[in-house]
Design a protein around this ligand. Structure first.
Ligand code: GEK
Length: 242
């Protein structure tokens, strides 16, 4: 059963910066589903684009896999095919949980969960790379260097599926979207106090880019056919090809 996120409710909360520790891993499915508009759809898109662009005998990467929700879609989309799925996260709590949840798939050799910083991950022979709401936790230089390695390690015709929280070139629009996001969370049962404590904890930890910067960066690295395939308030999913 999915455990409800009450980390920032009442006395359980602390004032530390947000981190993907044991406490967060335990409630992560509920937390991300109630916090990120379009999260469930982003997972469905990962399956749809993997069905279309996965190439037999290549690798799929899930960079910043958390509890393996996107990995699960990669597994489904490559069922019965020669594929290797490599899922990476630098949170021990997340990777330990994945190793328990996906023990059977791990035994079959189809998937591997690695505790590693994605700034160190080597990408090779990939037809699908998923970065689902993770780039936002890296520094600007790390974002570029990771995407360069993703491009280098991708086979022609491969696809990157990238979802991110973003901001806009008008401050007014950014604030209006942020307010709507706030209401989205309130609709999902978070109190004003929880929303504001979580926002404080994420300050300096989650740093958004302009939506347009994502396009520019991907195109200047060499990615082709960079397409926006979904937006939900201040969240966006792009697909980019090689
Ligand atoms: C999903 N993709 O369910 N190296 C490795 N992992 C990292 C790093 C890093 N440098 N920085 C952050 N992470 C998932 C959701 S959550 C998104 C991704 C969110 C990991 C971090 O430990 C966490 O598990 C994940 O990236 C971000 O589709 O919480 O907004």
């Amino acid at each position: 059963m999915i455990k409800k996120d009450s980390i920032y409710k009442g006395d359980n909360s602390n004032d530390l910066p947000f981190s993907f520790n044991e406490e967060v891993a335990e409630v992560f499915e509920d937390m991300i589903d109630r916090s990120v508009p379009g999260y469930a759809s982003s997972l469905r898109l990962i399956k749809i684009f993997t069905n279309k662009y996965f190439r037999e005998n290549s690798n799929c990467y899930d960079l910043g896999c958390s509890l393996g929700a996107a990995t699960e879609r990669l597994l489904k989309a490559t069922e019965g095919k020669e594929a290797k799925i490599i899922a990476i996260d630098n949170s021990k709590a997340m990777i330990d949980s994945c190793n328990r949840r996906y023990a059977d798939h791990i035994k079959s050799g189809k998937v591997e969960f690695i505790k590693q910083d994605i700034t160190d991950t080597k990408i090779s022979n990939s037809s699908i790379v998923v970065i689902n709401f993770v780039l936002q936790f890296l520094s600007s230089a790390e974002r570029t260097s990771l995407l360069e390695r993703v491009y280098e390690g991708m086979i022609p015709g491969g696809r990157l599926i990238l979802s991110e929280k973003i901001h806009f070139d008008s401050r007014f629009r950014t604030e209006a979207m942020s307010e709507l996001h706030h209401q989205f969370k309130a609709e999902n049962g978070y109190t004003e106090m929880e929303i504001s404590r979580k926002r404080d904890a994420l300050e300096g930890v989650l740093l958004t880019d302009l939506g347009t910067l994502h396009f520019q960066r991907l195109e200047s690295i060499g990615f082709k056919k960079v397409r926006k395939v979904m937006t939900n308030l201040n969240f966006m999913t792009l697909v980019a090809g090689k």
